[in-house]
Design a protein around this ligand. Sequence first.
Ligand SMILES: [Cu+2]
Length: 126
Amino acid sequence: MDTAEIIVLVSGVALIAFVIWYFFMGEGVRAAATVGATGVQQINVTVKGGYTPDVIVVKKGVPVELDFYRDEASTCTEQVVFGDFGISRMLPAFKTTPVTFTPERAGEFTFTCGMNMVRGKLIVEE
Ligand SMILES: [Cu+2]
């Protein structure tokens, strides 16, 4: 093989890897909150260039505690906003910040960073 063939081969493999990553990761990570002994639906969310999980399923009328661990110092994600719930919180880097509220209506709600760039979805079920 000469250099040109190697370059073609390497970029082909990289493209395939990207396509696989795109289709599997593009769907996002979905998680349901678990109800603890205190009756609160708790879930841990890692903040690093996005939210993991980025689709969170909770039940209506039950208090929710989302514990955001911000695993980066990039200013993009320093704030999380739940517009539909009138909530906005600063997330200090490398710390866990709890966001608590009780969803009183079912539906799909978007939460974002302060610039509306990084997004996640909260699904409230009946
Ligand atoms: Cu941002």
